[in-house]
Write a protein of this length. Structure first.
Lengths: 333, 529
C-alpha cells in the first residue's frame, strides 16, 4: 500500500486527500501545525489550522483564506479523515492526524511533552507512522522542570530589581515570551516589552489567554521610572541599539541551547535559562513510544544520530529532509 | 566543594569582570587555606596530573547512562567540552555531597594508585554522590584543562583585593613551578620574600602590535632592536644554579643544556630577558631549525651541533641579586652591555644590538630587511620605560613584518569547541595543483563572529559528506591565508607545513579557480623555508 504521507519538494503531501502539511512552497491547500514562520508560510491557496492558532496566523500572514477546527474534531478532506491534537509547543499548536483506509499517520510539527502552563498540553496520538522533529534529539538535553525554571528567573530578576538593574531577557515573540510572562512573578516589578512581543501578547489576550500587565517600550517611555524592570526582547533586538537604552542591565537568554555552556558563552549573555518549546531527549523518546508507531520519520534537528538511535531501538526509522528550522541557536526566527 | 561550585557558578553567570573579581575575592576571604591554594593553582593552569584515560571515562559514562558509546561520541563535538559532555550524558545527579575541594583532589590522587577496577568504582561513586555542578567540576579535574573564563590576571587581581597586597608583588609570588603539594598558603601568599624560591622568574613584559608608528613621536625617544624569531626566555642565575623559563611559565632549563656554561661567565644574582635562537656563524638560523629543539626534553648530541642555541639578550631584570625593573630601559641596557662584555664570544649569549636610524622611514627600511635576517620585525621600547608585567600598552610595541599570504579554498569544516561549539570554525584549505585540489593547512581564527555564523549556515546547507565531526563542502569559498613561516614536511600530502596559519580575510571577490597553486607554495618554500 502506498504511503499515506509522502515528502515532496513542496512539503509533506497527502495524495489521497490532495493537501500538504506545513508546506514550504506555495500550494493550493495547506494544513498548518502552528504559526511559527518556518511552518506557516505565506502564499498558500487555502489554510487550515486550530481555532487558537488562527489569530496569530492572521496577524502574521495577513488576509488569508483560513478554515479553523477545534482539537479533536474530525474533518474529511477528499475522503481522508483529518484531526488536530495538542502538540504542547505554543498556544494553538497541533499534531495533525491523518487517517485513510485504516492507516493512521501523525505529523507532529514542533512539540514538547511537558506542560508549560500556557499551551494546550501535549497529547499522545496512537498511529502507524509518526513524523517527529529532533531539534534536541541528543541525550545531553534534559530540561529543567518548569517550577525550578520559574524560581531561577524570578530570583535573577528580583536580585537585579533590588540593585536597580534591568533584567534583559531574550526570547521568541510567539510562545516563549508568553510562557515566560506566565512563569514570572509580576509583583517583582514592571514588565517592559519589545514591539514584536507586545503584538503577540495583545493577540493572545484577545483570545482569552491571561497574561500579566506589560508596557510596550516606546521612545516616549520614561525609562528612569522603570529601573529594575524585566525587559522582554526578541533575540535580534537584544543585540541591537534598541537594547542599549537599558543601563545598567543583566542580560539573559531563554532557550534550550542554554543547556550548553559553549553556546551560552558565545552569546555573551550573563545568564542562560534552559527553557525550550521543543521536547528534550526523554520527551522525544517517550512521545514516540506512546504513539505505538513502528515507522518513524525524523525531521529537523539531529536527524542522523536520532534516527540511528531509533533504529537500534527496533523502530523503522528514516531521515526526512525538510525546511523546518527548529529552535535556531543563533538568529532566532 | 560546595563553595567552589558556588564560585564557579558565580563566575559562569556573569560577563562582567568586576563581578568576577568580587566573587573570587569573596572566595579567597572565606575558603580554607588549602582550598584557596588549589583554587589559585587551578586558575593559573596548575592542574593535578591526569590520572585516568579519557577513553575509559567515556566508556564508564556511557555504561552508567545505559546508552551506547557511539551516542556519546556524537554528543561530544556538539557540546564541545569533554567534562561537560560526560556530566550531561550521565543521568541528572541527585547527590548532596559536601566535602571540600581539597578532599576531591586528594581522592583523585588516591584513585591514581589503584587499578582500573578500583578507579572505576571510585569515579562512579563520585558521579553518584556529587551534585550536578560539583560533578561537572570534578570531571573537569579528571579530564584536565581547567579553563573557565577566568584569566590568571583576573584571579591575581581578586587575590590582591582579598589579601590587600600589591598585584605586581602577587603576580611575582605566583610565578614558578610551585604546586599546592610543595608549598602552603602562608609560604606562597603571606610570606614577604618573593625570592624565597631561587628559581622564581619575573612576570614577562609583553608588547602589543603597533598600528601607526608615526603616532609614537620622535624616534629618539625609542630604543629599537630586532624582534627575534625564537622563543622568549628568562635566564635566572641564582645560588650557583641556572634556570630557564619560557613565556608560558614552563621551566625549560634541561632542553637547552648549552646555556649551563653561562654560569661560568655571568655573576650570580643575574636575571636576563631574551630570545632563545638557533644560531650559527654569528647569524640566527630559521625558526624551523629551532623548532627541532622545542618539545624535546633531552637533546641528542647530533642535534646540539645541528641546531646550537644562544640567548639573544635584550633586557636585564636583576643584577647582584637586586630587582632593577624600576630602572629605565636605558640604564638596564647599559648594565646589560657591561655585563656581557666579560663573556667570551664562545659563550652562548649575545647582546641584541640596537637598530639605528633617524626617522621612521629609516626604521621602515630596517624592518623590511627582517625576513632576510630571520627576524620578525622590530621592537620599539621607550628609552625611559620601566619593566612592567604582562601586556601593557604605551611603552613597548612590536612592529612586525607583514605575514606571507596565499589565497586558498575551503574544502572541509569542523565545529569548534568550548565557546565555539556548534559553530563551524575549524577549516581545511586547499590550493590548486593542475586540476586537483591539495589540502595544505587548517586555520580556525581570523574571522569575526558574524562571518563564522554566516559560514556555519552555509556549511549546514551545503554539506557533501560527513566524516564524524568533519564535513566536506563544495570548494567555493576563498580565503586569504596568512602565515609566519613555511617549511618542508614529508608528513603532509602537500609537502609543506605553515607556521601560525590564520584567515586574514574572506575573499568574496575571488572565484575558486583563481586561487594560488601548489607551485606558488613551493616557490615560497624555496625563498623563505
Amino acid at each position: 500500500m502506498a504511503d499515506l504521507l509522502t515528502f515532496t519538494p513542496n512539503g509533506i503531501y497527502c495524495e489521497a486527500g490532495d493537501f500538504y502539511i506545513d508546506p514550504w512552497r506555495p500550494v493550493a491547500r495547506a494544513l498548518i501545525t502552528h504559526g511559527h514562520a518556518d511552518h506557516a508560510r505565506p502564499d498558500m491557496g487555502a489554510y487550515m489550522a486550530t481555532t487558537s492558532a488562527a489569530p496569530v496566523m492572521r496577524h502574521r500572514l495577513g488576509d488569508i483564506r483560513l478554515d479553523t477546527v477545534n482539537y479533536g474534531d474530525v474533518t474529511s478532506i477528499n475522503g481522508v479523515n483529518v484531526s488536530y491534537h495538542p502538540a504542547g509547543h505554543v498556544p494553538g499548536s497541533a499534531q495533525i492526524r491523518v487517517e485513510h483506509k485504516g492507516q493512521v499517520w501523525v505529523a507532529s510539527g514542533d512539540y514538547k511533552t511537558v506542560d508549560d502552563g500556557l499551551s494546550e498540553p501535549f497529547e499522545p496520538v496512537p498511529c502507524h507512522a509518526f513524523i517527529t522533529e529532533s531539534t534536541f534529539g541528543l541525550p545531553v538535553f534534559n530540561w529543567t522542570p518548569q517550577d525550578v525554571l520559574a524560581d531561577q528567573i524570578n530570583a535573577w530578576w528580583a536580585e537585579n530589581a533590588a540593585n536597580g538593574v534591568y533584567s534583559l531577557l531574550s526570547c521568541y515573540a510567539l510562545g516563549k515570551a508568553q510562557r515566560l510572562l506566565r512563569a514570572v512573578n509580576p509583583d517583582i516589578g514592571t514588565i517592559l516589552t519589545h514591539g514584536a512581543i507586545e503584538a503577540t501578547n495583545q493577540i493572545m489576550r484577545g483570545q482569552g489567554i491571561a497574561l500579566p500587565d506589560t508596557t510596550l517600550v516606546t521612545p516616549e517611555l520614561d525609562l528612569k521610572a522603570h529601573k529594575g524592570a524585566l525587559v522582554l526582547a526578541t533575540p535580534s533586538a537584544l543585540n541591537s541599539t534598541w537594547a542599549r537604552r537599558f543601563k545598567p542591565a543583566s542580560s539573559a537568554f531563554a532557550s534550550g541551547w542554554m543547556a550548553l555552556r559553549g553556546v551560552r558563552r558565545r552569546r555573551a549573555a550573563d545568564r542562560g535559562f534552559i527553557m525550550s518549546d521543543h521536547a528534550d531527549w526523554n520527551g522525544l523518546n517517550n512521545a514516540i513510544k506512546q504513539t505505538g508507531a513502528e515507522r518513524i520519520f525524523v525531521t529537523h534537528g539531529y536527524t542522523s544520530v536520532f534516527s540511528r538511535w531509533l533504529s537500534e531501538q527496533g523502530y523503522d526509522a528514516q531521515i526526512v529532509q525538510t525546511e523546518f528550522d527548529g529552535e535556531a541557536d543563533e538568529d532566532g526566527q | 566543594m560546595k563553595d567552589f561550585a558556588a564560585l564557579f557558578t558565580a563566575l559562569d553567570q556573569t560577563t562582567k569582570t568586576s563581578f568576577k573579581v568580587a566573587a573570587m575575592a569573596s572566595y579567597f576571604r572565606t575558603a580554607s587555606d588549602q582550598d584557596k591554594l588549589w583554587c589559585i593553582a587551578l586558575f593559573s593552569g596548575r592542574r593535578p596530573r591526569r590520572v585516568i584515560m579519557t577513553t575509559l571515562l567515556r566508556e564508564w559514562a556511557a555504561e552508567r547512562a545505559g546508552l551506547p558509546l557511539w551516542l556519546f561520541e556524537e554528543c561530544y563535538p556538539i557540546v564541545g567540552d569533554l567534562a561537560e559532555t560526560i556530566n550531561l550524558f550521565l543521568p541528572p545527579s541527585t547527590g548532596d555531597e559536601e566535602r571540600p575541594l581539597t578532599y576531591w583532589i586528594n581522592e583523585l590522587k588516591r584513585l591514581s594508585s589503584l587499578d582500573d577496577d578500583g578507579r572505576k568504582t571510585g569515579i562512579l561513586n563520585a558521579w553518584k554522590i556529587l551534585p550536578q555542578t560539583q560533578r561537572f567540576l570534578f570531571i573537569k579535574l579528571l579530564t584536565g584543562g581547567f579553563r573557565i573564563g577566568v584569566s590568571q590576571k583576573l584571579m591575581t587581581r581578586a587575590l590582591a583585593k582579598a589579601t590587600k597586597q600589591d598585584e605586581a608583588v602577587l603576580t611575582h609570588k605566583l610565578m614558578g613551578n610551585w604546586t599546592p603539594e610543595t608549598t602552603t598558603w602562608a609560604d606562597l601568599i603571606e610570606a614577604d620574600d618573593p625570592t624565597a624560591d631561587l628559581s622564581r622568574p619575573y612576570p614577562f613584559y609583553l608588547a602589543y602590535g603597533v598600528e601607526d608608528v608615526n603616532q609614537l613621536g620622535p624616534t629618539t625617544d625609542w630604543f629599537i632592536d630586532r624582534k627575534w624569531d625564537g622563543i622568549r626566555g628568562q635566564l635566572i642565575l641564582r645560588g650557583g644554579e641556572h634556570h630557564l623559563w619560557s613565556r608560558g611559565e614552563d621551566l625549560i632549563t634541561d632542553r637547552f643544556p648549552e646555556l649551563a656554561q653561562l654560569r661560568d661567565y655571568l655573576p650570580d644574582g643575574t636575571v636576563i630577558d631574551g630570545e632563545i635562537l638557533a644560531f650559527q656563524d654569528e647569524k640566527p638560523l630559521s625558526f624551523n631549525t629551532l623548532q627541532k629543539r622545542i618539545g624535546r626534553k633531552t637533546v641528542p648530541k647530533k642535534l646540539l651541533t645541528q641546531a646550537p642555541v644562544i640567548l639573544m639578550a635584550y633586557d636585564l631584570l636583576e643584577l647582584d641579586g637586586k630587582d632593577i625593573r624600576d630602572q629605565t630601559l636605558e640604564i638596564r641596557r647599559n648594565l646589560l652591555e657591561k655585563l656581557l662584555k666579560s663573556a667570551p664570544t664562545s659563550a652562548p649569549i649575545r647582546l641584541s644590538s640596537e637598530v639605528t636610524g633617524s626617522s621612521w622611514d629609516d626604521f621602515a627600511r630596517e624592518r623590511a630587511k627582517s625576513r632576510d635576517l630571520n627576524a620578525e620585525g622590530l621592537m620599539l621600547k621607550r628609552r625611559d620605560s620601566r619593566y612592567l608585567s604582562g601586556r601593557k600598552k604605551g611603552d613597548w610595541w612590536k612592529w612586525k613584518i607583514d605575514p606571507l599570504t596565499v589565497d586558498a579554498v575551503m574544502i572541509y569544516a569542523q565545529a569548534g569547541s568550548g565557546r565555539r561549539a556548534n559553530l563551524f570554525t575549524d577549516f581545511t584549505f586547499a590550493v590548486k595543483n593542475g586540476n586537483d585540489l591539495v589540502p595544505f593547512t587548517k586555520a580556525y581564527s581570523g574571522l569575526t563572529d558574524d562571518e563564522f555564523r554566516q559560514i556555519t549556515t552555509w556549511v549546514k546547507r551545503n554539506t557533501l559528506q560527513r566524516f564524524g565531526p568533519v564535513r566536506s563542502v563544495p570548494a567555493e569559498h576563498v580565503f586569504e591565508i596568512a602565515f609566519e613561516g613555511i617549511q618542508a614536511s614529508p608528513r603532509h600530502k602537500s609537502g609543506i607545513a605553515l607556521r601560525f596559519p590564520r584567515m586574514l580575510r574572506w575573499r568574496h571577490d575571488k572565484p575558486a579557480d583563481e586561487i594560488n597553486t601548489l607551485d606558488d607554495l613551493k616557490d615560497m618554500l624555496r625563498t623563505y623555508g
